[in-house]
Design a protein around this ligand. Structure first.
Ligand code: FE2
Length: 206
């Protein structure tokens, strides 16, 4: 059985960029439901998995309800950590890598999220050599199923993530994310892990 992990900050900590009402629904209803459905799907399986990452990766080929709920449970928990109540900027090694690989990161990240047709996620990821790229995924899909790829940041672009606060303006939400909400200190830790073959990267709490 997997549990809904506690938020790393109070529900109202991201206001006004993300309202408490959005967080209460997004975390307390949507994320909680993915965990509930994940546990229901796992109850039909004979084995008890060691980690949520293992469930996501092993269910990835089927892309059925188990994958969808496991990956959404993981992606959302990662997303809460990729948000910071205090505005941050990239610095140090990661800033140098952004200047090298993604010179117009903010604009390109917003563009990737806008071009994700329907529901999905916009990610900043690194390979094991430290090369950065922007990736968009559809529905529950997640870069942790890609060998040698570690996510550093993510923004949820499902309508439930922004509709109450931004209505249909997904671009405004993405712009707020890259300019004010991105947790660059969390990204620093993930970047160090990426270059260590993924060892030490964030894992879903069990
Ligand atoms: Fe979401």
């Amino acid at each position: 059985m997997f549990k809904l992990p506690p938020l790393p900050y109070p529900e109202n900590a991201l206001e006004p960029a993300i309202s408490q009402t959005t967080m209460a629904t997004h975390y307390g209803k949507h994320h909680a439901t993915y965990i509930k459905n994940l546990n229901a799907a796992l109850a039909e399986k004979p084995d008890t998995p060691a980690s949520l990452e293992e469930v996501v990766r092993s269910a990835a080929k089927e892309k059925g309800p188990l994958f969808n709920n496991a990956a959404q449970a993981w992606n959302h928990a990662f997303f809460w950590n990729a948000l910071s109540p205090e505005s941050q900027q990239p610095s140090g090694e990661l800033k140098s890598a952004l200047d090298r690989d993604l010179k117009t990161f903010n604009d390109d990240f917003v563009d990737a999220g806008l071009k994700q047709f329907g529901s999905g996620w916009a990610w900043l990821v690194s390979d094991t050599s430290g090369k950065l790229s922007i990736k968009k995924t559809h529905d529950a899909e997640t870069p942790i199923t890609d060998a040698g790829i570690t996510p550093l940041l993510v923004c949820d672009v499902w309508e439930h993530a922004y509709y109450l606060d931004y209505k249909n303006d997904r671009g405004a939400f993405l712009k707020t994310y890259v300019e004010k909400l991105a947790n660059w200190r969390f990204a620093d830790t993930q970047y160090a892990a990426a270059k260590n073959g993924g060892k030490g990267s964030w894992t879903f709490p069990i």
